[in-house]
Write a protein that binds this ligand. Structure first.
Ligand code: ZN
Length: 449
């Protein structure tokens, strides 16, 4: 479309800083101009006007670690210790999920995400069906995303087939809105040889399909303190110097590695991550809910490491709300370090936007700048909890809620207008999710776990 979103404060998250009474001009799927509303309205008089007065205009938020299919499991089991939660509750129900259930769970999470201002999601799950899967949900609802297939040592043959099909069918699909990744689950569930094999596979896919965007390597790392013991127990190898240091010895680290969590890190781990340009995704809400611990985000940033932000899956968060996650990220560092200056609002906004783009090696998103993809959100600041308005950035991190998002544009298409989803009927998605939940529970009851 040819449009001009004008009147609000533009937070560019780039060199443009923030612009009061600003505007963003869109042609097709790209941003072509960013500047003062008065000047740009005069320069582009015939473009469709989208009024954003009294609002904040910013890049779409990037949720850099998710498991969107798990939307169907939200609230099914809470307040259990991690092992019991997984083994006795989540895994038995997940085992009953079919491709269609994953699609429906994904649609639900995507709808929630878009309505809350998230335009790009990086998701790791089982790719089990060529049609009914996470990629199709993202494509159908008009979102942008990186979709991975999660790999485990116990199902190598199945993983190889799934990865091949995922890459061939979905990398660069939906007009380039979908990219894919190779996702070893974690260093304690993927043996050293298989980890190296997956690294080589990702390299091979990049040689073959890299022209449609980089295929990343998405992995859970150092989420809990006992990971070195679990690696030793499972594969008889030592990760005592740190889990990242162990992965570096295997030769699998590089700038395309997206490492979720990174809670328990040695000094050597941080050194290695900085050296290899590994990207970190911090998931503060999930880490708190599962009592995992606190990632040393301030140290990571000080070491020059790119730290993005994620919610983690809907069954360990339990929302896809990136505004909540931004606030938690800031507050958590402050309370743990006993320092109210730790991780200020601007740094958190960077984590949720431009750092997410850097983590996913997706240059065309994450900031409002001519040439970038038109992934833009408008947040309504005319709310009692967002007034008076001294600092837009402060309000976005500490006071705004995801329900304040009014307009969402992905790839130049309006997908949310006046806070309503435009691409699919929300009522239908909710009905599909409730029906899929009932079917899932009855299968669990009749077939057992
Ligand atoms: Zn996760």
């Amino acid at each position: 479309m040819e449009a001009i979103i004008a009147g609000g404060t533009v937070i560019t998250m780039g060199q443009g800083g923030s612009i009061r009474e600003g505007a963003v001009v869109i042609e097709g799927d790209r941003i072509v101009a960013v500047g003062k509303a008065r000047e740009l309205k005069a320069k582009f008089p015939r473009y469709e006007r989208i009024d954003a007065s009294g609002c904040a205009i910013l890049p779409g938020l990037i949720n850099a670690h998710q498991h969107i299919s798990m939307g169907l499991l939200r609230g099914y089991a809470d307040d259990y210790p991690l092992k019991e939660w997984l083994e006795e509750h989540i895994w038995p129900l997940e085992a009953k999920m079919k491709g269609y259930d994953m699609y429906v769970g994904s649609l639900l999470t995507c709808a929630e995400s878009l309505l809350g201002g998230v335009t790009t999601v990086n998701t790791m799950y089982h790719y089990a069906h060529p049609e009914w899967n996470e990629a199709k949900a993202i494509a159908d609802i008009g979102m942008r995303g990186v979709v991975g297939h999660v790999c485990f040592s116990w199902r190598k043959e199945q993983d190889r087939k799934a990865l091949e099909d995922l890459v061939r069918r979905w990398h660069g699909a939906a007009g380039g809105r979908i990219r894919v990744s190779v996702d070893p689950h974690a260093p304690y569930t993927v043996d050293p040889d298989y980890m190296v094999e997956l690294r080589q596979l990702a390299n091979l896919y990049n040689e073959r399909y890299g022209d449609k965007g980089r295929i990343t390597f998405h992995i859970h790392v150092a989420e809990t303190g006992d990971e070195p013991e679990k690696i030793k127990e499972a594969f008889g190898v030592s990760a005592d110097k740190g889990v990242l240091a162990y992965l570096d010895e295997l030769g699998v680290l590089g700038p395309d590695v997206v490492a979720a969590h990174c809670v328990f890190l040695s000094d050597l781990d941080i050194e290695v991550m900085a050296k290899r340009d590994v990207k970190v995704v911090h998931n503060p809400v999930s880490n708190m809910k599962l009592a995992s611990g606190v990632s040393p985000v301030v140290d990571l940033l000080a070491a020059g490491i790119t730290v993005a932000l994620g919610t983690d899956g809907p069954s360990s968060n339990n929302t896809a709300d990136m505004f909540e996650t931004m606030k938690f990220a800031a507050l958590l560092q402050k309370v743990v370090l006993g320092d109210p200056t730790a991780l200020p609002a601007h740094a958190v906004l960077q984590m949720a936007t431009i750092n997410g783009a850097r983590a996913l090696l997706w240059d065309e998103i994450g900031a409002l700048k001519p040439g970038k993809k038109a992934d833009i959100i408008v947040v309504d600041m005319k709310k009692p909890h967002l007034r008076p308005l001294y600092s837009v950035e402060s309000h976005l991190v500490y006071a705004a809620r995801c329900s304040d998002v009014k307009i969402v544009m992905v790839d130049g298409e309006l997908v949310v207008e006046d806070g309503e989803l435009k691409t699919m009927r929300l009522e239908d998605i909710i009905e599909m999710a409730e029906k899929a939940k009932e079917d899932l529970l009855s299968r669990l009851e009749s077939e057992g776990s």
